[in-house]
Design a protein around this ligand. Structure first.
Ligand code: IPM
Ligand code: SF4
Length: 422
């Protein structure tokens, strides 16, 4: 019987010829992503057992991102513990403040993600890296502690669910709209503990950055992981980014007779710009159904849509225009920030009265910056719009693409981006 790409990657990591959904395996972990929220507790758990060293420092990548620069004494303490631990363990892939960026944008950009590998991270959106044909899953601090100390982790092999996307995206419609539409169709538990495999002609046409927006939100449908097979676009991205460290990788692909627990087909050519209404990412509606709803704030950034392509798309809407509401733009990594500066995008944002901040998760999870007050509404390019996600429990978050967020910022209300596109 054939195997899916996910099963093949897990079989190899476990040293088995084959695996099947439901198997419990012990897998070798190739990369472990550590940030400032969930890693300090893992460090403490290990310390309580007299363990300070790590199994292999070269497999660990550390970047503070959620509360950096420190917003208060508590976050300063977390950053300090992470910093001291990373230095003590001589973790060469440590990105201290200044080099640090939003983890899921930084790791692919710096060449830490390779096809065929098993990657875990102490963050639910670690599924992002599956866009590069890797198995990648978010884990909690306890699992992270185990992986850091042993280099291995157990998994139950997930069933795979196939999403066949065909058709070309219309004007003003992006990969963010696709993933909001998918989650709206299957629900926030529609892919619970499953590997979401995205295939089809639409995927082939998408850039690597646009693909990462899709895999990033696999967890919002409950997915264990999201994955996209290797193609020319993957290769080109890797050629440009795998410049240091390990440059070899193994390409796996799903067999034609691989088993899927469910197959969902989408024709994206008729898709409209989507908005996920409060308070779930599955509350997607076409922009026409919510247009005109007044907003108080716009946020453009995060591991979902804070990459250079996203900023380029957003900047088009602000050229020669002003933001009608508070608008916060956060390039996800220092390189993205520098590139946006070089291309004049930061000037466009500043001239439009947007606030441009340094790379951080800050605003995305209501950590700091851009906290919403009672009853305030924010159009956001992020991945979650849960109750209180960006501030007051009575505030509201509307999820959309950078184009819809930027158009809405200019108008001060939910706006169809196609209005500004010729
Ligand atoms: C703080 C962190 C553990 C959390 C996550 O796991 O996703 C955060 O990144 C989020 O987006 O809510
Ligand atoms: S940008 Fe937002 S969603 Fe992504 S890791 Fe940071 S807090 Fe989580």
């Amino acid at each position: 019987m054939g195997m899916t790409i996910t099963e093949k990657i897990l079989a190899r990591a476990a040293g088995h010829k084959t695996v099947a959904p439901g198997d419990i395996i012990n897998a070798n972990v190739d990369v472990m992503m550590c940030h400032d929220v969930t890693t300090p507790p893992a460090i403490s758990m290990l310390a309580e057992r007299g363990i300070d060293g790590v199994f292999d420092p070269d497999r660990i990548v550390v970047t503070p991102d959620h509360f950096q620069p420190a917003k208060d004494i508590k976050s300063a303490q977390l950053l300090k513990r992470l910093d001291e631990w990373a230095r003590r363990n001589k973790i060469k892939n440590y990105y201290p403040i200044g080099k640090a960026g939003v983890c899921h944008a930084l790791l692919p950009e710096k060449g830490h993600i390779r096809p065929g590998e098993v990657i875990v991270g102490g963050d639910s959106h670690t599924c992002t890296y599956g866009a590069l044909a890797a198995f990648s899953a978010g884990i909690g601090s306890t699992d992270l502690a185990a992986a850091l100390a042993t280099g291995e982790l157990w998994f139950r092999v997930p069933e795979s669910m196939k999403f066949v996307l065909n058709g070309s995206l219309g004007k003003g419609v992006y990969s963010k709209d696709i993933i909001i539409a998918i989650i709206t169709r299957i629900g926030t538990d529609g892919a619970r503990y499953r590997a979401m495999e995205f295939v089809g002609s639409t995927i082939s046409e998408l850039s690597m950055e646009a693909r990462m927006t899709i895999t990033n939100m696999a967890i919002e449908a409950g997915g264990k992981s999201g994955i996209i097979g290797f193609d020319e676009t993957t290769k080109k991205y890797l050629d440009e980014h795998l410049t240091a460290g390990v440059t070899e990788y193994t390409v796996f692909e799903s067999d034609p007779d691989a088993q899927y627990c469910r197959i969902e087909e989408f024709d994206v050519s008729a898709l409209e710009p989507m908005v996920a209404l409060p308070n779930l990412p599955s509350n997607g509606v076409a922009i026409g159904e919510c247009e005109g709803t007044e907003m108080d704030q716009a946020y453009i950034g995060s591991c979902t849509n804070g990459r250079i392509e996203d900023l380029r798309i957003a900047a088009e809407f602000f050229k020669g225009r002003k933001a009608a509401i508070r608008t916060i733009v956060v390039p996800a990594t220092p390189s993205i920030w520098k590139q946006a500066n070089k291309e004049g995008l930061l000037d466009i944002f500043a001239d439009a009265d947007c606030v441009v901040a340094a790379p951080t998760c800050g605003a995305c999870l209501g950590g700091f910056m851009g906290i919403l007050a009672d009853k305030e509404k924010c159009i956001s390019t992020t991945n979650r719009n849960f109750v209180g996600r960006m501030g007051h429990p009575k505030s509201e978050v509307y999820l959309a693409s950078p184009a819809t967020a930027a158009a809405s910022a200019v108008e001060g209300k939910l706006t169809d981006p196609r209005k500004f596109m010729s």
